[in-house]
Write a protein that binds this ligand. Structure first.
Ligand code: AMP
Ligand code: GLY
Length: 420
């Protein structure tokens, strides 16, 4: 990629900040706009208050600023067709078109795709009627898993350990519509057990090149307790992702998924994220995301040795076969500092103070804004402290040391990222 190209990143979180930092650290000199971005990115990008789901606003902005390449990373604008619209307006883009993004935005679509093409996943039933779903649950094997079909801010999944819990999930999703139209259909699926692995991959629709594996920590509190969150920390690589598992995933899951999407006329170009469970029967897909994971991106990109801009461009152009995607043998750890009370109720507006980080550590901002020139907290997940090292243990130690160098009132963070 031409290092002087004007870029546009759509989104506002840590994932977007990590992408922008990587582009800058690899020498990108052109303007990088971020819509809407956040106050913690001010040194790395130019942020404008255009919402990530304001597709008309984004397309108009790209034309006005003569953007040379756009990177769309959040699920909502992808599901709304931001890439289709930008492409039609003549702006080259990294990210899947709307019909390919459905691999994340409809769980029913994703499950039916896997069934049709023999891609290993939990067995399942689909319901569009609450009565039928409740009748099915009378005799279903427990534990079981209830999933709203559509996007639900990562909260549409209930792992139910009792029949009553499963029934309550069906009622709140289908009858009370807590996730709106996302709950017009549900998937009820087999409960699987085993370690979870996230694998992000680059694909241009022809070849697929996996990134280094990672592990998310979704629960709010130490010991994997408490409510599910967007992710409280990550490590890369994931110790459960052995070379044998990787080889099997490529053969049984990654290539078949790219081929299946092509066969369906929904060629996927962009970052395809595989949420995997390594079961006693082998790796199975828990979920697909049509985008970089957050906070997985914060640990994966620091280990990328190849030029990110070249890779993004190659995914868009169908030229990924010719571009190397190489990662270092090292490791990375990201510890998320959140506002006390997250993911439920929390206060915002506390100043964020940084007083020195060890070498090899960095702060990635997510929920932060500038108020009268002072950076203050502005969300549940406020920032990620990221460090790299020779192995996970040393990256982890460095990340926790660096946590002492950045503070805000009312903060909390897990002390056990990377211990599993
Ligand atoms: P998702 O939002 O699809 O990532 O699901 C959230 C979490 O629910 C996953 O990270 C898993 O821990 C859990 N989960 C989802 N599906 C299953 C399943 N079939 N069996 C067991 N756990 C699951
Ligand atoms: N960290 C999980 C996700 O991005 O969906």
């Amino acid at each position: 990629m031409d290092k002087s190209l004007t870029l546009l990143v759509v989104g506002s979180g840590g994932r977007e900040h990590a992408l922008i930092k990587k582009l800058r650290s690899q020498g990108h000199t052109g303007v990088i706009y971020c819509l809407p971005g956040n106050g913690g990115m001010a040194n790395d990008a130019v942020c404008f208050p255009v919402g990530a789901t304001d597709i008309d606003g984004i397309v108009g902005f790209a034309a006005e600023k003569k953007v040379g390449f756009a990177i769309v990373t959040p699920d909502d604008p992808l599901a709304l067709g931001a890439v289709d619209r930008l492409t039609a307006a003549g702006v080259p883009c990294f990210g899947p078109e709307k019909k390919a993004a459905e691999i994340e935005s409809s769980k029913v679509f994703a499950k039916d795709l896997m069934k049709k093409y023999g891609i290993p996943t939990a067995s399942y039933e689909v319901f569009d009627d609450a009565g039928e779903a409740l009748a099915y649950l009378e005799t279903a094997k427990i534990p079981t898993v209830v999933k709203a079909d559509g996007l639900a801010l990562g909260k549409g999944v209930t792992v139910a350990f009792t029949r009553e819990e499963a029934q309550a999930a069906v009622r709140s999703v289908m009858e009370d519509r807590v996730f709106g139209e996302s709950g017009s259909k549900i998937v009820i699926e087999e409960y699987l057990e085993g370690p979870e692995v996230s694998v992000l991959s680059f694909t241009d629709g022809k070849v697929i090149k996996p990134m280094v594996s990672s592990m998310d920590h979704k629960r709010a509190y130490d010991g994997n307790r408490g409510p599910n969150t967007g992710g409280m920390g990550t490590i890369a690589p994931n110790p459960h992702y052995t070379p044998e598992v990787a080889e099997r995933c490529m053969r049984e899951i990654f290539l078949p998924t790219v081929n299946a999407m092509n066969a369906e006329g929904r060629t996927f170009r962009g970052c395809l994220y595989f949420g995997l469970m390594i079961t006693a029967d082998g790796p199975k897909v828990i979920e697909y995301n049509c985008r970089f994971g957050d906070p997985e991106t914060q640990v994966v990109l620091p280990l990328l040795e190849s030029d990110l801009g070249d890779v993004l461009e190659a995914c868009a152009n169908g030229a990924l076969a010719d571009v190397p995607v190489r990662f270092s043998d090292g490791a990375a750890c990201c510890v998320v500092k959140a506002s006390d009370g997250y993911p439920l109720k929390y206060e915002k507006g506390f100043p964020i103070v940084t007083d020195g980080l060890p070498a090899g550590a960095d702060v990635i901002y997510a929920g932060a804004k500038l108020k009268d020139g002072v950076l203050v907290t502005d969300g549940g997940r406020v920032l990620g402290v990221v460090a790299t090292g020779g192995d996970v243990a040393s990256a982890r130690e460095k990340a926790y040391k660096a946590c002492e160098g950045v503070h805000f009132d009312n903060e909390f963070y897990r002390k056990d990222i990377g211990l599993y």
